[in-house]
Ligand binder design. Sequence first.
Ligand code: ZN
Length: 325
Amino acid sequence: MSSVICELCPKLCLIPEGGAGDCRIRVNLDGKLCATTWGRPSAVHVDPVEKKPLFHFLPGSSIFSIATAGCNLHCQNCQNWQLSQRGGEAMEEIFRAPPQTVVGAALGKGCRSIAYTYSEPIVFYEYVYDTALKAQAQGLKNVLVTAAYINEQPLRKLCQPIDAANVDLKAFDDGFYRSNCSGSLKPVLDALVVLRQEGVWVEITNLLIPTMNDDLVMIRRMSKWIVAELGAGTPLHFSRFHPQYQLRNLPPTPAETLERARREAMEAGLQHVYIGNVFGNDAESTRCPHDGTMLIRRTGYRIEENNLLDGRCPKCNEPIGGVWE
Ligand SMILES: [Zn+2]
């Protein structure tokens, strides 16, 4: 009988033979560490890239999106808990899709990229990596939608075939990570810096949960950290909480809270701060930080106009960070 340590994420699970890590899907089979969901997604969809959300990445394009069961965090507010808080064997629906099948399907659907999303791609790391390499070789881009709870070494390797990431920064507060998510803050901040160093385009999502992580002083500190460590041009998406899973006792995030958070983040120096699925107004469009010119006008996930010229403001020539072609 030999135990193994999974060195993928900061939890460093010690897994006995026949057992599984905290994520449920990384198991010890005869003393060897395996991910049970390799090639076995439980969710497969074609989405607009804006839904990830990524607003500065091939706007208006379709993205082939896959997920397997499992997650290495356990957030009380999880939106996809039926997928994330289960082991691979517990799913009703499991598709057989080795990497080449995923790449072929993405190309067949006219997608420009593949997203590893919905649950937590870190826990199906090997499947992401193998698929992303094949996708890259065939001209597709690769996107992680992740909480970025991963150790430095495996992340640097994974970055090689990854073009963009939307990172869920759950709060700028270690206590929140510990009590609500069974994680910790520092590894996530470290991972954001590594993604940036490795040349991955990064956008950040911050879900605001009333009374739990909507403190404006904290939002200001978070925004200043993003400006200093990742750059003022890093897009930040505030998104609205809906009562679900283990947090049904709280109300949805008031629109006012989201607006105040956005103002705070912009005053802290962030140039592109968006509010998800609440308004049909400016908070979902991209303007030039220099002169306010409308660059990309959005309604929901739809692009109404795109005035960027080679990734620059057509009026003042200001370069806008992103992956535009
Ligand atoms: Zn301009």
